[in-house]
Design a protein around this ligand. Sequence first.
Ligand SMILES: Nc1ncnc2c1ncn2[C@@H]1O[C@H](COP(=O)(O)OP(=O)(O)OP(=O)(O)O)[C@@H](O)[C@H]1O
Ligand SMILES: [Mg+2]
Length: 485
Amino acid sequence: MRIEDIAPRASVLIESMRDIGYSLETALADIVDNSITAGSTCIRIFVSTDRAALQIAILDDGQGMDPSEILAAMRLGSRSPLEEREQADLGRFGLGLKTASFSQCRRLTLVSRKNGGTSAAIWDFARVAETDEWQVEIPDTPEAIPWADRLGESGTLVLWENLDRIVQDGSDDAIAHFVKRVDEARSHLELVFHRFLTAEPGHRKIQMFLNERPLESFDPFHSNHSATDMGPVERIKVGAHEVTVQTFTLPHHKKVTPDEWERYAGPAGYVKNQGFYVYRQRRLIIHGTWFGLARQTELTKLARVRIDMPNGLDAAWKIDVKKASAQPPYQVRKRLRRIIETLGANSKRVFAGKGHKLLSDNRLPAWNRMQAKGEIFYRINPDYPMFAEFASHLSEGVRADFFRVLEVAGSALPMDALFADLGDSPNKVACSAISDDSLDQALQATVERLKESKISLADIKEMIQFVEPFRSNWERTEPLLTQLV
Ligand SMILES: Nc1ncnc2c1ncn2[C@@H]1O[C@H](COP(=O)(O)OP(=O)(O)OP(=O)(O)O)[C@@H](O)[C@H]1O
Ligand SMILES: [Mg+2]
């Protein structure tokens, strides 16, 4: 037997490592993980979108590193995933700092201050390409590195330069796109670290800033709202560890302001954001999925389920390097399926309650809500006073045609579009406005019809209040109605 040494080629492997699948936001989150693990209380991110000096700097006030610790940190695979870590450690692979940074930039500088000394090391792709060796540069004057002057007594600076993956060229479009991605990253960090950004019992609160503006904790469960339905905390044993699960049903849109409704929908909307929210040491790993145990339907769109797992279960949950995906172990899957079943019923109740009330208020509807053979459908009501009044003036043949027109219009209700719009932003779906002229004409015809039906004037006045479109245009309707009856 012979042994051959086939070490990876540095210049090749370092390029391939850029495409593990990070986005700007998941890369930033991986750097923030390190700062939190290092005991930081304040983490500041600076993004310079200045064309001449595109940079991203992440500064913390954690315990910092000495020169040998800096070298260890810069090594690819600094610690084995098999090694057991302290409970509060958010790391696992010994890779995050490097893989996250390389996914965004071609030059990574690490500067750190500890015990009064400042030291640094730099990974530069140009050097690795030239030498084909795993060599970092050690600068002589680390204090002179941009942003390093902002380090406090102890702490660490991660600096990304040569951001070729974020800004492909110096065009205005590319810069505008960069600025937008930074905004998205802000929202992502506010969600992923929301439990650190607020004071949770037994834990220190961490402040984070992006370009001097503080990040605001975003709690996806809206748990401080009185209309949020919270389930009990359930505990599931996995070996020696414990996973906790708690269900939340967010408030119906009538119970919150339009702004709140939008905010808690998130950019992807309620339907996409329903599902499990898995936290590892209080840091959000994955959200908006039922892990294939249920479908993301309109009816369960307000359901969000919080799962808390310790870092000892990483392998069982198949946590990935980016800390952006996970899969529940089989012991947990069974229980989760049962939890989903009870939850569906909850969310349905929140919706159905509202749907009925709206319809039963309307005593003379222009649309009828019908139910037959287990299906619900809507049909234009030919007895609606204005339609009936109009029909009475038509010759027999034309009248039959008119009712057919109503039937066709009713059967062509654009259900898919309505369903999608109502699901996304129910507050923004409205009936089209009616002109004053049409409203007046409709009112006259309606009153006429009701009078013919021998309904008392007092009753007519009472009824009209609940009939659309008069109910929604009551200010204009009322004076005219008084004249008419
Ligand atoms: N901001 C920081 N402050 C102090 N030490 C740090 C900081 N960032 C990184 N380190 C040190 O560098 C090591 C390597 O970090 P890296 O992110 O590459 O791996 P990890 O955090 O151990 O695991 P993972 O790959 O899961 O992130 C860390 O374990 C830590 O000891
Ligand atoms: Mg890490």
